[in-house]
Design a protein around this ligand. Structure first.
Ligand code: HEC
Length: 125
């Protein structure tokens, strides 16, 4: 009986987790990949800003950014979000092409707070 409950609990946890990630928007996926890192690890966005991201990391970041380009933000003016996001995509493209101005453009475009204040729902934070 105990064992059965434990197994059921495991299945619930699994499907619960899957459900959540399946519901993540492309914006959230991009944020989770490029702007979030496990404790002690450097975020990929930071690595891009430092010039230490690998080509694969840059390519994946660009892919996820592009995938979110037509998304509506949870908050604020969609047109303004689109502008900001397009800047971020363009800067990341420069990074992928190893342009000299790329890192400065990326740092400028990836302003977390400016975009979050306008377009991210503030949940008790
Ligand atoms: C161009 C706009 C923009 C920029 C720049 C930006 N974010 Fe976000 N971020 C968003 C939006 C919009 C959301 C909310 C997405 C949602 O809830 O659907 C978000 C959500 C998040 C989340 C939560 C993801 C989740 O799973 O719900 C994290 C973490 C995050 N951002 C980190 C960052 C960090 C760190 C930076 C800077 C390095 C950054 N973001 C830069 C727009 C931006």
């Amino acid at each position: 009986m105990r064992k059965k409950n434990f197994v059921l609990f495991g299945i619930t946890m699994l499907s619960g987790g899957f459900h959540l990630s399946a519901e993540d928007t492309p914006i959230q996926k991009a944020m989770q990949y490029a702007h979030k890192a496990p404790k002690g690890e450097t975020k990929i966005g930071e690595k891009i800003a430092e010039g230490t991201a690998s080509e694969a990391e840059i390519a994946k970041t660009l892919e996820l950014y592009v995938a979110a380009a037509d998304c509506k933000p949870p908050k604020g003016d969609p047109a303004s979000f689109k502008d900001r996001w397009a800047k971020l995509v363009a800067a990341t493209r420069l990074v992928a092409e190893k342009k000299p101005e790329a890192v400065a453009a990326y740092k400028d475009a990836v302003a977390c707070k400016a975009c979050h204040n306008e377009h991210k729902e503030q949940k008790n934070k």
